[in-house]
Design a protein around this ligand. Structure first.
Ligand code: FAD
Length: 369
């Protein structure tokens, strides 16, 4: 029989050991915030997706969900506040000042950190866009708190801490990261990773307006002009309803055109796996996956793609995945809804022809235009 010994209990390992009593000055931090990203009055849809994700976190924590809107004074910025209520926030923090008309790291960081210091959110979410990544890093550094970038899942654990999951080790593993002893807990999420929440008409909420505590002379960077990106409308891959993609199985840039032709007939966007970009067959804005775009179409057709984890994380949100692969054991068949074991180089032209014949004249006209 063994009895109690005087040996001290081994300290528990990992996260349990790391969790300490939250410092007193962080205990006042409450509520979930979503930064609503806008440029020239256009809201990036990832903001609405994050409001959907934030709603679930706030409900689980029993706290309020707030939008943070920064922009120039005027109707457009106030319209964004009103729109954020339609996607489900309870209240909105608004800093409306013409200094915020164009995104500059300095002014936006100042505005957002001051809001955080004043109203103390426990969770702050931003889109992992070019703007969101730039802002999130600067805000987290200024506030000396943790930031988990490019999350694929967000949850709240039994203790009420944000569990932010993201790929690691080149996407071969998923890890869940906690910011246990600092506030706010910050995370960024790429567009299309979270589903778009339902939009409700005429929703209302509270608006808390906060002044911007800087003047133009305080900011080093100046906006001299605005040149729209000529390529910005080129690929609508992330938001397309139908996507056809090709992989190395198509064997040549000429054969990749077979995937493009099917996309054209379906009125779809086309994409590819990473090796095709690396080989210079396809431009990088068409890459799908962990280091490319995340897509969430109604239909995704993958031809000659093996389904490596780095590709899979970018397509898992699709409603229907149809895979064409010569290898019946290809990984893609583990998560495709419909699998076709066939030579894509022969099947793609047959599919294109079949859809061309079956699509209505109206669809054909639309595609031709
Ligand atoms: P392969 O793996 O070579 O697969 C080709 C497939 O085609 C095979 O399954 C084969 O059976 C099939 N095939 C062959 N001939 C035919 C035919 N005639 N008809 C039909 N099928 C055929 N990859 C991405 O896609 N996106 C990313 O964002 C991405 N990010 C990455 C990030 C990191 C850090 C790393 C390390 C890797 C990343 N990768 C990414 C690469 C990824 O690991 C795979 O190497 C890549 O997805 C494989 O591309 P593939 O499926 O086209 O080629």
């Amino acid at each position: 029989m063994t009895g109690p010994t005087n040996t001290p209990a081994r300290p528990s390992a990992g996260r349990a050991a790391a969790k300490k009593e939250l410092p007193e000055h962080f205990k006042a931090y409450k509520h979930v915030w979503v930064f609503v990203e806008q440029e020239r009055g256009q809201v990036h849809p990832v903001s609405w997706e994050l409001i959907g994700a934030g709603r679930k976190l706030a409900d689980k924590l029993g706290v309020e969900l707030a939008a943070v809107v920064l922009g120039p004074s005027g109707a457009a910025t106030r319209g964004i506040v009103a729109e954020s209520f339609c996607y489900g926030v309870d209240l909105a923090y608004l800093v409306a000042d013409d200094i915020l008309a164009d995104y500059r790291n300095e002014s936006y960081t100042k505005a957002l950190t001051e809001l955080v210091d004043t109203y103390k959110p426990e969770i702050l979410l931003l889109g992992a866009t070019t703007l969101g990544r730039d802002l999130a890093g600067a805000v987290a550094t200024t506030l000396l708190t943790g930031l988990t970038a490019d999350c694929t899942d967000l949850d709240v654990d039994a203790d009420g801490s944000l569990a932010a999951t993201r790929p690691t080790f080149g996407g071969s593993l998923l890890c869940t990261i906690y910011t246990l002893n600092y506030r706010p807990q910050m995370a960024t999420v790429r567009p299309r990773v979270m589903p778009m929440p339902q939009r409700l008409e005429n929703a209302l909420g509270r608006v808390i307006e906060h002044p911007l505590a800087i003047v133009e002379d305080d900011i080093v960077t100046k906006v001299l002009g605005f040149l729209p990106d000529r390529d910005s409308a080129k690929s609508n891959l992330a938001f397309a309803d139908v996507v056809v993609a090709g992989g190395l199985g198509l064997a040549s840039p000429e054969n990749f055109q077979l995937a493009r032709q099917l996309a054209l007939v379906l009125g779809a966007e086309y994409g590819c796996s990473r090796p095709l970009v690396q080989k210079g067959w396809v431009t990088s804005d068409r890459q799908i996956g962990q280091t490319g775009k995340t897509i969430r179409p109604k239909l995704y057709i993958a031809a000659g793609i093996s389904g490596a984890i780095q590709h899979r994380v970018g397509v898992e949100g699709a409603d229907l995945i149809v895979a064409i692969n010569t290898d019946k054991n290809a990984q893609i068949f583990d998560f495709a809804h419909l699998g076709i074991v066939a030579d894509a180089i022969r099947l793609l032209p047959a599919l294109t022809e079949a859809f061309r014949r079956r699509l209505s004249p109206h669809s054909r006209d639309r595609i031709a235009s």
